[in-house]
Design a binder for this molecule. Sequence first.
Ligand code: PGA
Ligand code: ZN
Length: 412
Amino acid sequence: MLKIERIYGDEVLDSRGNPTVSVTAVLSSGAAGTAISPSGASTGKYEAYEKRDGDKERYGGKGVKNTLSAIKKEIEPKLKRLENITLRACDRYLLEIDGTENKQNLGANLTLAVSMALSRALANHYNMPLFKYLGGASALNLPVPMMNIINGGAHAGNNLDIQEFMIVPVGLGSYRERLRAGSEVYHSLKNILSLKGSATSVGDEGGFAPNLRSHEEAIELILEAVRKAGYSENDIKIALDAAASEWCKENSEKYVMPKTGREFTKDELIEYWVNLVNKYPVISIEDPFGEEDFESFKKLTGRVGNKIMIVGDDLFVTNKKRLQKGIKENAGNAILIKPNQIGTISETIETVILAKKNGFTPIISHRSGESEDAFIADLAVALNSPFIKAGAPARGERVAKYNRLLKISNMI
Ligand code: PGA
Ligand code: ZN
């Protein structure tokens, strides 16, 4: 009878040098798994709760030492009672132990690391690679990488208000070719920026973070980098993440870009996006409006949703209830999937199933604060997700995911 033998946690560092939760689960068979929770910067208001100690004497209040104490007090003794364990049963019990809508008691950073560690331990118990354990024999598709090569917004100290300018090599054949193209364009862009005398320092997700005249200039530089690397606009498309919840002011109907101070009414912002889509090979815009603004999402989806993806990140927060509202109101046609926004792998899978059933494209995603843990690479293949967002094709915590996908490509 398969049971949980032991669960323990550790406080480790993420890619920004902030503490985060690591959990190891050991099963009665001796199989074990370890996992690390990621952490966001442009965090949505409706995300599950990220629990930190708040003790200003340690890590500026961001420590997770006390958060981890719930493992020995509550999680381990209770989960150890389960017999013939499955991931689903463990996750369901975790929700019961927490007892709140948004993981307020245990913290989603803790529940997710437990859920991920158990997924790995179970995969090891059954002698399967993680993607096979999670996705079974139908886990066959390698996602197209959406690589963030210019960083702005809350992820960089530059003057760009759009948070992410991504390249999406949809026109190329295999995952390996797509990754190569991403790397070549990244380096081509670095050369162009150097020649212009622009900074080639990078933001939190590994993309360059130069000061530029406009968002249009950022897109044009990327298109130039694509051409100079020997690719065409058919090979490589552009995706944007505005993260526009950061552009909302309390009690105001207007959007204000925080860095440039540019102001837009909702309708003006819709026109701004339509214009960019008409002018450039943009195939996806994420969070073009704030997390409350289902109405503008709906309007933009009506205008351009037949040609591009309108992606809800802060809008849906990987939450089935919020996605249901989007489905009902035709607000968006794609959903960003971040496991720590909801707090367990089982709930993450349920949200992806709901999205697919209703024609919403799922995009499995990292966070701006990441680690060497490449769990989302396996998850993307397990769920046959058409896309993965894992940052630039540079920096260890980002390439961990892209390299894991290369490994998986040799196993399917
Ligand atoms: P975050 O950014 O991890 O800082 O929230 C990623 C995103 O907005 O997609
Ligand atoms: Zn986003």
